[in-house]
Design a protein around this ligand. Structure first.
Ligand SMILES: Cc1ncc(C[n+]2csc(CCOP(=O)(O)OP(=O)(O)O)c2C)c(N)n1
Ligand code: SF4
Length: 293
C-alpha cells in the first residue's frame, strides 16, 4: 500500500463558513492551520481546537475537528484540562491578542512555564476587533484607536519575550500574508514536544488602519534569511526585542528540548489516564457513581 504523505486539506473544511470581514488576516491563519494538520496527517478526530472570545476566537467553528469556544481569556485552562485528561489528543489553542495577552495573560505565563505539549496560535492584530476597535495590550504607543483617540499612552507588551522568560520551549512569529511560511511554522510547532507559541501578525482590515498588510510587508524580515540560530536563547531574546528598534523579525526565534509536564506528572507518566484501569471493583464503582452522580 502506498505510504500516506498527507491528508487532503478538504478534510478539515467546516460546513460553517467564516463570518470574518473580507480580507481579515484570520482567513490566512485558518487556511494555514488546515494545511499544517493535513501535512502532519492528524485526523480531525485526533485534534481539538480551543479558543476564548473575539473575532479570532471564532476559529474553532470554522474547522472540521473537535472544538471548544470557551470564555474570554479562558482558553488555556480549558485546553490544559483537555490535554491532561487525554494526552493523545493534539490540542491547539487559537485566539486574539486581547484574549491571550490581556484578560488571559496570567494563564499564558503559566502555560509557558509548565511546558505542556500543546500549541498556542495568537492572531495578533494589535486591536480588539470583536468589540470594534479599542486598544489592546499589543497596540503600539501613540496608536489612535476608539478607546485612545488622542493616541495610546501605554507601552505595548512583548509576547515573545514574555513567553521566553517564562520558559516556553518553542517561540515563533508568523504573518498571515505569507501562507507557506506560516503553515510551515505551524507544522513545526505542533510537532514540537512541549509548549509552542506562535504570535501571528493577522491584520484587522476594519479597525486597524496602521498595522496593515502593506505595512507588515514593508517592515518584516525572516530570521532564517539572517542565519539565526534558534537554539541560542540570548540571540533569540535579542531578536524578540527588535520591534521598536529595527525591522521586525518573523520565523522561529527559539526552540529547545525539555521534559514536558505530562512526562513528569506522577499519574500521566504511566500513560493516558483514559486508557488506565481504575482499580475499582464493580461494586465500588457503582458506589462512587451513586455518590457523585
Ligand atoms: C469577561 C469578558 N470581558 C470582556 C468581554 C468583551 N470582549 C469580547 S472580545 C474582546 C476582545 C477581543 O480582542 P482580541 O482577543 O484581540 O480578538 P479579536 O476580536 O481582535 O480577534 C472583549 C474585550 C467579554 N466577552 N468577556
Ligand atoms: S473586525 Fe477585524 S478582526 Fe474582526 S473579522 Fe473584521 S477584520 Fe477581522
Amino acid at each position: 500500500m502506498p505510504e500516506v504523505v498527507e491528508l487532503p486539506v478538504s478534510l478539515y473544511k467546516s460546513e460553517t463558513k467564516p463570518d470574518w470581514c473580507p480580507g481579515c488576516g484570520d482567513y490566512g491563519v485558518l487556511n494555514c492551520l488546515q494545511k499544517a494538520v493535513s501535512k502532519l496527517c492528524i485526523q480531525p478526530k485526533d485534534l481539538l481546537v480551543v479558543s476564548g472570545i473575539g473575532c479570532s476566537s471564532n476559529l474553532p467553528g470554522f474547522i472540521h475537528t473537535y472544538g471548544f469556544h470557551s470564555l474570554h481569556g479562558r482558553s488555556v485552562p480549558v485546553a490544559t484540562g483537555a490535554k491532561l485528561a487525554n494526552p493523545d489528543l493534539n490540542v491547539v489553542i487559537t485566539g486574539g491578542d486581547g484574549d491571550a495577552y490581556g484578560i488571559g495573560l496570567g494563564h499564558f505565563l503559566h502555560i509557558a512555564r509548565r511546558n505542556i505539549n500543546l500549541t498556542y496560535i495568537v492572531m495578533d492584530n494589535q486591536i480588539y476587533g470583536l468589540t470594534t476597535g479599542q486598544a489592546s495590550p499589543t497596540s503600539r504607543k501613540g496608536h489612535k484607536t476608539k478607546s485612545t483617540p488622542a493616541g495610546n499612552i501605554e507601552t505595548p507588551l512583548n509576547p515573545l519575550v514574555l513567553a521566553m522568560v517564562c520558559g516556553a520551549t518553542f517561540v515563533a512569529r508568523g504573518f498571515s500574508g505569507d501562507a507557506n511560511h506560516l503553515s510551515d511554522i505551524m507544522a513545526q510547532a505542533i510537532k514540537h514536544k512541549g509548549f509552542s507559541i506562535i504570535d501571528v501578525f493577522s491584520p484587522c482590515v476594519t479597525y486597524n488602519k496602521v498595522n496593515t498588510y502593506p505595512w507588515f510587508r514593508e517592515n518584516i524580515y525572516k530570521l532564517e534569511d539572517q542565519g539565526h540560530d534558534r537554539s541560542d536563547y540570548d540571540a533569540a531574546l535579542k531578536r524578540a526585542h527588535e520591534w521598536d528598534t529595527k525591522k521586525i523579525p518573523i520565523g522561529v526565534f527559539y526552540q529547545t528540548i525539555a521534559p514536558t509536564y505530562e512526562e513528569e506528572d506522577v499519574t500521566l507518566k504511566h500513560g493516558n489516564p483514559t486508557k488506565q484501569k481504575l482499580g475499582l471493583t464493580p461494586e465500588q464503582a457503582q458506589g462512587m457513581l451513586k455518590e457523585f452522580i
